[in-house]
Design a protein around this ligand. Structure first.
Ligand code: AMP
Ligand code: MG
Length: 329
């Protein structure tokens, strides 16, 4: 049994989670937001530096835990925005030295997948739909493989940028979700699936032109955008299920909070006899419980860096899911 503290800082969210024996004892987070415009990496990093101590104290309090009971410190080392990752790593290394406990570096995308175990998923295909990342991932032949992904921008960035064009602040995804619910009027948009991959920037340009033409209602554009891009995601996820022969679909990432995306996935799973899993919202969005959760699994398998060797550990902003050596399974 181990008690592992996890730190998340890859983009807009700074979080601290605590997990013991696969049970979540704390999940505290604070998100950088803007009233207009998107994420400015250096500003988001400043946000993380400002809130980290407070979030740390809140997490210990929520877990009702003294810090000397922590066995290891896991942190998101990849992938993400470099200034944000650096803040998380700094906090992790300071804590590691002060408490004299080892570090466990984590790939954020794989953490999104592994936390699915909490919902009962055993060997799923994951549709990971978040701000910067959009991938269909599954474990196959010793590694987490990317079966399909966006060729340009992430699905959340797509929704947020569309929202920004319409004068909505960050994050725009939830606002687009609300607007889409007010319409059933589908306006034709390009549909871009290329093999197992998708492309979103052309659709974004098309939406921008439609917005600027002032001929369309924002509700109709929001509805049409969601119907189109979510269908693209579900199509590639279904093909990954067919290809791998797996029988479980797991949703992950902040965009997975969208009820229409959940509904479309559910229908697809029902039609092909697969089980559908979707964690609760606090575990879908960027959070540190999933970092602590995977941290505990890796730590128990012997993966750790002792406080004397912290210089060996660095951030890997562009590490790909399939670059990770999986030695813990
Ligand atoms: P993540 O990077 O995984 O934390 O996810 C953040 C992204 O999720 C942002 O791009 C948000 O706009 C998006 N998001 C959050 N809630 C919703 C929602 N209900 N519908 C669509 N996108 C959402
Ligand atoms: Mg994420």
């Amino acid at each position: 049994m181990a008690t592992v503290l996890g730190i998340e800082s890859t983009a807009h969210t700074f979080g601290i989670g605590i997990v013991k024996n696969k049970k979540i004892l704390a999940n505290q987070r604070d998100m950088y937001t803007t009233s207009e415009g998107g994420i400015i990496p250096l500003e988001s990093a400043k946000h993380h530096a400002k809130v980290n101590q407070n979030i740390y104290e809140k997490a210990l309090k929520e877990a009702n835990l003294k810090e000397d009971k922590i066995d290891a410190i896991a942190f998101s080392r990849a992938p993400g925005l470099a200034p944000c990752l650096i803040e998380g790593m700094k906090f992790a290394k300071e804590l590691s030295k002060r408490l004299n406990k080892p570090l466990v570096p984590i790939n954020h995308c794989i953490a999104h997948l592994e936390i699915g175990q909490i919902t009962g998923a055993k060997d799923p295909v994951m549709l990971y739909a978040s701000g910067a990342n959009t991938q269909v991932i599954a474990y196959a032949a010793g590694k987490y493989r990317v079966f399909g992904e966006t060729l340009d921008i992430g699905i959340g960035n797509f929704l947020d940028t569309f929202a920004r064009y319409a004068g909505i602040g960050f994050p725009g995804g939830p606002v687009i979700d609300g607007l889409a619910r007010k319409s059933k009027n589908y306006i034709e948009l390009p549909y871009k699936v290329k093999g197992m991959d998708i492309a979103l920037s052309g659709i974004l340009t098309n939406l921008r032109q439609k917005l600027e033409s002032k001929k369309y209602k924002i509700e109709d554009l929001a509805y049409s955008a969601q119907e189109t891009v979510f269908a693209m995601l579900v199509e590639t996820a279904e093909r990954a299920l067919a290809h791998t022969g797996k029988k479980e679909l797991l949703l992950g990432g902040g965009v997975a909070c969208n009820s229409r995306l959940q509904e479309m996935c559910k229908i697809m799973c029902e039609e092909r006899g697969a089980k559908f899993f979707c964690p609760e919202r606090p575990l879908l969005v960027d959070n540190a419980s999933m970092i602590a959760f995977l941290g505990e699994i890796m730590f128990k398998s012997g993966i750790k860096t002792m406080p004397d060797n912290l210089d060996e550990i660095d951030i890997l902003p562009r590490q790909r899911t399939d670059d990770v050596e999986v030695t813990w399974k």
